[in-house]
Design a protein around this ligand. Structure first.
Ligand SMILES: [Fe+2]
Length: 354
């Protein structure tokens, strides 16, 4: 642990900027993209009806504890697992890596940092190969895997598409008390690049949030200032804005109007058209479409100021306060507890929020 603490001090003292060299450090392990997320739900069938019948995900398989879901673009077993639990929350966030060697590389690195970790064997979760589960320096249960069972591709089977017909799990958004430390960890240690970032108000120049990617879109993960470790939402890509509107129509007509929390509208950050919805347990999902490519190496991150309301919603309408105040707790390493959160180091709610 002293090693980690020393490193944290070093990272924090450096106050890395998105346009500095740290942003271009090569990854030690080749992380491909965000792979899957596990939501805790209290009623598996009720949650399944919400995600499958209304949002339009597809059930791949189930076991007594979990229902495994995929999008129409998924060529792999699942991107969301619903797990029976006593309360809402997030069991794990998982990144896909390119090869099993990348898993070994990560094991050595997390071991050197003296961080808790364990291996989940092939088949311990349906469809998944060997998985390295760690508690990262921000306190999150993060998993890495290289293999997942192939499944039928549904993209060109439009007669099977329903609801918003999500195309992929695009990103996850997490809350941590020190988002500058989160930026430093993901860019400096895991090889993520930054598409956009928000700075605290002057004279504070710490990063308030960053949108970080491995695949060539705006983000695989956003790291925001807030009580943490906690998860804010998972973002599902859909084909076009009408899919977002259709999901709202379906939710409203099925008695879930109150689950539409924010939007539809367009983000300033990412340019995406979006809506945030809450599942029957309160877990938060974003339907998201229309962001942009980030493949070109000369692209510079876009900087925003915390209290610029067009940052969050290009059309100006502020998010409801509960969008900031409510979060999804994350699990301990062994999955037996939900982790307590620590308060944010910076102002967590912008001035424009009522
Ligand atoms: Fe998002």
């Amino acid at each position: 642990m002293p090693d980690l603490q020393a490193r944290s001090v070093l990272l924090l003292s450096s106050l890395a900027r998105p346009d500095s060299m740290e942003n271009n450090m090569a990854a030690k392990a080749n992380i491909v993209r965000l792979g899957h997320i596990e939501f805790r739900v209290t009623d598996l069938e009720r949650a399944r009806d919400f995600y499958v019948d209304l949002l339009g995900l597809h059930e791949t398989e189930r076991d007594p504890d979990r229902i495994y879901l995929r999008t129409i673009e998924n060529r792999e077993h699942h991107c969301i697992a619903l797990r029976k639990a006593s309360s809402a929350g997030v069991g794990s966030l998982a990144f896909k890596v390119a090869t099993p060697d990348d898993l070994d590389m990560l094991e050595r690195r997390f071991g050197a940092l003296d961080l808790p970790m364990k291996w989940l064997q092939r088949g311990e979760r349906l469809g998944l190969g060997p998985t390295l589960r760690v508690r990262d320096p921000l306190g999150f249960p993060i998993e890495f895997y290289a293999e997942m069972a192939p499944v039928e591709w549904l993209l060109q089977k439009p007669h099977l598409h329903r609801g918003a017909a999500p195309t992929r799990l695009d990103h996850v958004n997490i809350l941590t008390p020190d988002a500058q430390k989160g930026y430093d960890w993901y860019t400096g240690e895991l090889g993520f690049k930054c598409a956009e970032y928000t700075e605290g108000e002057p004279p504070e120049r710490r990063i308030w949030a960053s949108w970080l990617y491995r695949k060539s879109t705006v983000h695989d993960i956003a790291v925001m200032t807030g009580p943490g470790p906690a998860a804010h939402h998972a973002g599902l890509s859909v084909g076009e804005p009408m899919n977002v509107i259709r999901a709202c129509d379906m939710l409203a007509s099925a008695g879930y109007a109150d689950s539409i929390e924010r939007g539809p509208a367009r983000h300033g950050i990412s340019n995406a058209f979006f809506v945030y919805v809450r599942d029957p347990d309160g877990n938060r999902v974003e339907l998201y479409t229309g962001d942009y490519l980030t493949s070109d190496p000369e692209m510079k991150p876009i900087r925003w100021q915390l209290n610029d309301k067009r940052r969050q919603t290009l059309w100006g309408a502020p998010p409801p306060r509960r969008w900031f105040e409510e979060y999804m707790s994350v699990e301990s390493m062994d999955g037996t507890d939900l982790l307590p959160v620590s308060p944010p180091l910076l102002q967590a709610i912008p001035n424009y929020v009522d």
